[in-house]
Design a protein around this ligand. Structure first.
Ligand code: SAH
Length: 399
């Protein structure tokens, strides 16, 4: 007999979990038998007392994140459990040719639900790992996770930095343990992505230090950048700018509202090119700048942060995307190109596409869709968790 806390679902609320969706919402719970400590391992049962899975509990809207759907009920999430899951994530990156790649040594090793590890993100930067917990349950196991990572990477491992101050809920985010090295002490390192160099600051950078999810889309930009005048808005550390310059862009302007981001962008451009005279930075609010600026460009990149974090603000987000895209489309020379993105989970590709088309109509321009973009293979989508499909983008030809 298990002595674990038993979470019993309401009648009819077990369908999602039977289809291996890893979240149990608090509204689906009928009763909880046993202690309700945040971060503890609990067992989930249907209203008819069928065992459905074991997961980590938190008194919040997502009350349980299922860590195991296997019929064998885990006693605890021990070192072997973590090692099996993390080794499986590593193996998948081996399959996608990312673990031993001369041109790219930055990739996402663990993508939460996409790797059957809800609440956990791990990014790999040239032998340095940045671990980020989005749930208290995961935070509790950070040492087991680090031990397994040491086993997987062996001598290739330089450091493990735990970075969860901005992602853990409540008092845990303030604790000293929310951030710091679990192994080694590399604070920053130069990585390569498709042969381009980037200096990554793990400690002070946004998220885990770099927006790895745009790798393939940045590579696509190289097909269109040669000879063009380019505005890269929401540029952060200059990812798209470096690729555009390498592809022979005439000029690239990198725009961000963060001074620190622009410093990183300038640093990364200088790391790749001796002559940086065709690159400049603009410190501004992108929306305002695009609205007020009268200059035109051959190619504009729009990669804003998520406008909607929840479905109740989806409508406002859609209006925001529409305004931004309409203004950008107006600034593009005939025959020019727009790379436009949304990383809002609650805005689907269909909705994003119709929003951008509405923006083109508003701008009075003809557009054709040349490419539809997505997140790369190291950010896999768990087929039973469609919410994991968050990044979408379009390449438009503007007449
Ligand atoms: N394109 C980048 C990632 C963009 S992340 C890459 O490939 O790495 C989003 C960026 O938008 C952040 O750098 C943030 O500082 C910036 N940002 C947020 N709000 C902004 C605003 N209103 N105007 C300009 N930049 C903004």
């Amino acid at each position: 007999m298990s002595n674990k806390t038993k979470v019993i679902l309401r009648s009819g609320k077990d369908d999602a979990i039977k289809r291996y969706h890893p979240w149990v919402f608090s509204g689906a719970i009928k009763k909880i038998h046993g202690p309700q400590a945040d971060g503890s391992l609990v067992e989930v049962f249907s209203n008819r007392d069928e065992y459905l899975g074991a997961g980590l509990y938190h008194d919040a809207s997502i009350a349980v994140r299922i860590m195991s759907f296997a019929p064998e009920r885990p006693d605890e999430l021990d070192a072997d459990f973590w090692h099996q899951k993390l080794a499986a994530a590593y193996k998948m990156r081996e399959t996608t040719k990312l673990t031993d790649n001369k041109n790219t040594n930055v990739y996402r090793l663990v993508h939460g639900e996409g790797d059957h590890l809800p609440g956990l993100i791990i990014d790999h930067y040239n032998g340095n790992l940045v671990v980020q917990a989005h749930a208290i349950g995961i935070h509790k196991y950070r040492n087991e996770i680090a031990e397994s990572l040491k086993r997987i990477f062996g001598e290739k491992l330089k450091s493990i930095y735990y970075k969860s101050k901005d992602t853990l809920p409540g008092e845990f985010s303030k604790s000293e343990e929310a951030e710091g090295f679990l192994y080694g002490n590399t604070e920053s390192d130069i990585v390569i992505e498709y042969g381009h160099k980037f200096d990554i600051d793990f400690i002070h950078g946004q998220k885990t230090g770099f927006f790895i999810d745009q790798r393939v889309n940045r590579q696509l930009l190289t097909q269109y950048a040669s000879g063009k005048t380019i505005l890269n808005t929401f540029c952060y550390s200059g990812g798209f700018s470096v690729y555009a310059l390498a592809a022979g862009a005439k000029t690239v302007e990198s725009l961000d509202s963060s001074r620190k981001a622009l410093e990183l962008a300038e640093k990364n451009v200088a790391l790749n090119f001796t002559d940086t005279s065709n690159h400049s930075v603009i410190l501004a609010d992108a929306v305002q700048y695009i609205r007020e600026n009268q200059k035109t460009y051959d190619l504009i990149i729009l990669d804003p942060p998520a406008f909607a974090k929840h479905s109740n603000v989806r409508h406002n987000a859609v209006q925001g995307y529409k305004r931004l895209n309409a203004e950008a489309i107006r600034q593009i020379t005939p025959g020019g190109i727009l790379f436009t993105f949304s990383c809002s989970q609650v805005v689907s590709m269909g909705l994003f596409k119709s929003t951008v088309i509405a923006a083109a109509i508003q701008a009075g321009r003809q557009v054709r869709i040349l490419h539809q973009m997505n997140q790369p293979a190291d950010h896999p989508i768990n087929a039973f968790h469609p919410e994991g499909e968050y990044l979408k983008g379009l390449v438009l030809y503007i007449k």
